[in-house]
Design a protein around this ligand. Structure first.
Ligand SMILES: Cc1ncc(COP(=O)(O)O)c(C=O)c1O
Length: 468
């Protein structure tokens, strides 16, 4: 299944091992090649890489979109000469969002860059108003916002911990508690009380730091890889919104993984599940499904409030990366998004994804599986958490690395999932499901069948080894 030291030339992952490579894909299936034996295997793609795929693989219409885009676009440096397509993509996103939610967009090459740029846009937003003390960012424990130095600094995971010595300092990138009812809501607490406790904690933190120093509060609308798709209780995001308004702080929602149609019944933004439509974020980052894996594109959307300050103060947005607003990528992403809209695929994903969640809960919860602690998610983004004891929620020893073990078992059974570790104080195992929006009822049933079989297989394996 893997290459070795001599044959692997990719400086990523474990350099002596490498990973299998993909040779082709069609719809929700991919063909994966074992680099040593050359053997190919058809795999049902339950997670579309890292929740990237929307249109499905090998879509013939994309070939035409890409051909047209190659003919029509010419690269220019966007700070000097722009292109219509970045404007059109911004217009598409703004019009498909609630009225007055967003007023402008910056298109980047990756979600990490989007968050990095959002931090700078935030800082400039305040600095240009003379609020130069606003240099602190509050985000959450056990979160992921990308792999550049800035975006790692606002994240909190083993990936960030490893690089701690070279990140922005902790007193500038503060962390509030996760919002994770399965793990942190007390037994004698209602969801509402839990939400109030978190919002109170955040307010105390802002006051302790001095509101005049806090620039933004950054959360994943639906946390992805680090925490595993736990929806926040009603009122939680609104509580953050209200604190941001009260203390002149920007609310930044990271929807790189959960947004752009993955978790919305027909629309684009995940936050529409949680917030009143006229109280959206000030800044939002997006990516992944925007280009659906066919082009590398992500972005930052800003609200009218943010754009207006830049206009009123005649402020130039500092910096411009070579591939900001890349015309080719913007045009292909626009055409892909138009197709998704025309076929109403986000509504399909929402319905099919929720069906997947129901089936998984039916098959695995209520004592049916000894090791499934939780099944959680919304629409097209779900997680299954594995525990040693479903009553006490005790986690397995981290050295067993069961997040990746279950990923391997699913893979052997013909399904691609993303196994993760560390959702609970650096321990805990879960895996993610995020299929393509073209998924059918039959595909969903196949995904659930393989997941169920794989979980019971893992259970047996653990019992045989005396670990359960
Ligand atoms: C919530 C979130 N933000 C940002 C990123 C970083 O995006 P990218 O890997 O495209 O840089 C990710 C990647 O998984 C993510 O899940």
């Amino acid at each position: 299944m893997t290459v070795d030291k001599q044959t692997n030339l990719i400086m990523s992952g474990h350099v002596d091992k490498g990973v299998p490579t993909v040779s082709s894909g069609k719809g929700v299936y991919i063909k994966v090649k074992d680099q040593k034996t050359g053997q190919e295997k058809l795999i049902l793609d339950g997670v579309t890489g890292a929740a990237v795929g929307a249109l499905g693989w090998g879509d013939e219409s994309v070939v035409q979109m890409i051909t047209d885009a190659a003919r029509e676009t010419v690269y220019t440096y966007p700070a000097i000469i722009g292109n219509d397509y970045s404007q059109q993509l911004a217009d598409f996103y703004i019009k498909r969002s609630p009225p007055n939610a967003f007023a402008a967009a910056l298109w980047t090459g990756s979600g990490s860059e989007a968050n990095e740029n959002a931090m700078k846009i935030t800082y400039q937003y305040f600095k240009t108003q003379g609020k130069t003390k606003k240099t602190k960012f509050i985000s959450r424990m056990t979160s992921y916002h990308g792999f550049t130095i800035g975006s790692l600094s606002i994240g909190s995971s083993s990936r960030a911990a490893y690089f701690e010595d070279i990140l922005l300092k902790g007193d500038q990138c503060l962390k509030m508690p996760e919002c994770h009812p399965y793990r942190y809501k007390k037994d004698d607490e209602s969801l509402e009380q839990y939400k109030d406790r978190l919002i109170d904690h955040l307010e105390q933190m802002i006051l302790k730091e001095d509101p005049e120093t806090v620039a933004s509060i950054i959360v994943e609308t639906l946390p992805g890889s680090s925490l595993g798709t736990c929806p926040s209780p009603p009122g939680y995001l609104l509580g953050i919104r209200q604190l941001c308004d009260k203390y002149d702080i920007l609310m930044h929602l990271d929807e790189v993984m959960c947004g752009t149609g993955r978790c919305n019944d027909g629309g684009l933004n995940c936050w529409e599940n949680f917030l009143p439509l006229d109280q959206g974020p000030d800044i939002q980052t997006v990516g992944k499904t925007l280009g659906s894996g066919y082009v590398t594109i992500a972005g930052v959307l800003v609200s009218p409030k943010v754009k207006d300050v830049y206009s009123a103060t005649n402020t130039t947005i500092m910096g411009g990366q070579t591939y900001h607003g890349h015309g080719f990528n913007c045009l292909v992403a626009l055409k892909i998004q138009e197709k998704i809209k025309d076929l109403n695929l986000t509504a399909n994903m929402f319905k099919m994804g929720n069906y997947m969640g129901e089936l998984l809960s039916e098959n695995l919860l209520s004592g049916k599986s000894k090791i499934t602690g939780d099944v959680r998610g919304i629409g097209g983004f779900w997680s299954v958490e594995i525990v040693k004891d479903t009553a006490t929620k005790e986690v397995f020893d981290v050295s067993l690395d069961l997040g990746h073990r279950i990923q391997d078992i699913c893979f052997a059974n013909g399904l691609n999932v993303m196994g993760m570790q560390g959702s609970f104080k650096g321990t805990g195992d879960h895996f993610l499901l995020a299929p393509s929006f073209v998924v059918t009822k039959e595909n969903i049933e196949s995904i659930v069948e393989i997941v169920t079989k794989s979980i019971f297989q893992l259970e047996k394996e653990l019992e045989t080894k005396g670990l359960l």
